[in-house]
Design a protein around this ligand. Structure first.
Ligand SMILES: *Cc1c(COP(=O)(O)O)cnc(C)c1O
Length: 420
């Protein structure tokens, strides 16, 4: 394919883009870099600026402590919105709170308590580090076994493969819905089914799927889930995460951080912890009001566009990227490490290259294309549909091709630093 042909194709796709208007709702500098890292930190919605001003100036500055009347329900109110529009979860099952790491810990701990007599936790050896570490910690504290399974990296865990590694000793299965390395999308319904047939509970990490792919927690029979809001939900660095616990499980779950925000009749200040009946028991301390307001804005934007439209564009973006990879990058030492089948793919394309780190650094410094590197040799190209155009995807691949053809990346240091 000629570069001019590809540019024309991309321009045509941009003209037909049903959610092209959405990009204008974000801070995008006209002379800024091409940003293919929305899967790490989403862009800033313009409305978040006004909302911040309102929360800080009017609500905090003006309303002072009285504003808690409107703030106190934010975790469940925004949780319900998130559940309805992006998670396929009915009300009363989603809470915005804490970080993903803390939520996964709370949920995993409560799940283990709910399966007494079973002594094994199963996860994926390729799972995101924080997930593995917190499970490792829980297993150590409780004298349980953690089985880390080597599922295929590009395709991820399938129901059949999962069925083989579960037993009647499995208390908890913890997996990522979309693999952070390859972008592989797991069959949530199928995996829930095989896990339930062995009596285990399932905990899903939704960090790389929420806001990028439609999720149906209720109808897929999911038990527990958590995810972050600073990636595809665009709520800002360190924004509060969310957790989901299925309604009929809630009464049987006790999370480990007993705090006053989960207490029945919180302001009675009474003796003895007595958790509230519903999901509120998963709250511990004061909610991050400012952060949750920004989650609210992120969710509203995606709800306005509709997650199906976001998904369609995302698949078209990643398909274009893969097509251009095949045409121009495969013969330069790159190898596709994401599923070719769009049904099995999240919203990113991962490429392997022996000089991936240097390519990534040179892309940022020389080519003004921001992507991220994952050890040992992976380049992740995130295609956040609300803020990425087809033209940008095309231009990014052209620049990567030119960069590697010219050998300019070889001038970069070969050592990774801490913050990519
Ligand atoms: C980004 C990400 C996290 C981040 O957890 P934090 O507690 O927000 O640092 C966890 N799991 C996965 C799969 C992620 O992609």
């Amino acid at each position: 394919m000629q570069e001019s042909q590809a540019r024309e194709l991309a321009a045509e796709l941009d003209r037909r883009d049903q959610i092209g208007w959405l990009r204008e709702r974000f801070v995008v500098e006209s002379d800024g870099p091409i940003y293919l890292d929305g899967n790490s930190l989403g862009r800033l919605p313009l409305r978040s600026l006004a909302r911040l001003d309102q929360v800080l100036r009017a609500e905090w500055g003006g309303g002072l402590v009285g504003s808690w009347d409107g703030w106190i329900d934010l975790p469940s109110r925004v949780g319900d919105e998130l559940g309805q529009h992006l998670l396929g979860a009915g009300p009363g099952q989603v809470l915005v709170a804490d970080s993903t790491t803390v939520n996964l810990f709370k949920l995993a701990s409560s799940a283990l308590d709910a399966r007494p007599g079973r002594s094994t936790i199963v996860s994926d050896r390729g799972n995101f580090p924080t997930d593995r570490y917190l499970l490792e910690g829980l297993a150590k504290q409780r004298g349980l076994r953690l089985d880390l399974v080597d599922f295929p990296e590009v395709e991820g865990p399938s129901p059949d493969l999962v069925a083989k590694v579960l037993s009647d000793d499995t208390a908890l299965l913890a997996l990522s819905h979309v693999d952070y390395r390859s972008g592989a999308l797991a069959d949530m319904t199928g995996i829930n089914r095989v896990a339930h047939s062995s009596g285990a509970l399932v905990l899903w990490d939704l960090c790389h799927s929420v806001g990028a792919v439609p999720i149906e927690l209720d109808s897929s029979g999911a038990d527990l889930a958590a995810g972050c809001t600073y990636k595809y939900l665009n709520a800002g660095p360190g924004s509060p995460a969310f957790l989901y616990a299925r309604a009929d499980l809630q009464a049987s779950l006790r999370q480990p951080i007993w705090g006053w925000f989960g207490q029945t009749d919180q302001f009675a200040m009474s003796q003895g912890y007595q958790p509230v009946a519903g999901l509120g028991r998963f709250q511990s301390g004061s909610p991050n009001v400012i952060g949750i307001a920004l989650v609210d804005e992120g969710v509203r934007l995606l709800a306005e566009a509709g997650i199906q439209a976001v998904r369609e564009k995302s698949l078209a973006l990643t398909s274009l990227l893969i097509e251009l990879h095949d045409a121009w990058l495969a013969n330069l030492g790159f190898e596709l490490m994401s599923p070719r089948d769009p049904r099995l793919r999240g919203s990113q394309v991962t490429l392997r290259h022996p000089d991936a780190y240097r390519v990534c650094r040179a892309m940022i410094a020389d080519a003004r294309v921001i992507a991220d590197f994952r050890a040992p040799d992976r380049l992740r190209l995130g295609c956040a549909a609300p803020t990425t155009s087809f033209g940008e995807v095309c231009e990014a691949v052209i620049r990567i091709r030119q960069l590697v053809q010219s050998g300019r990346h070889l001038a970069e240091a070969a050592q990774p630093s801490r913050s990519t």
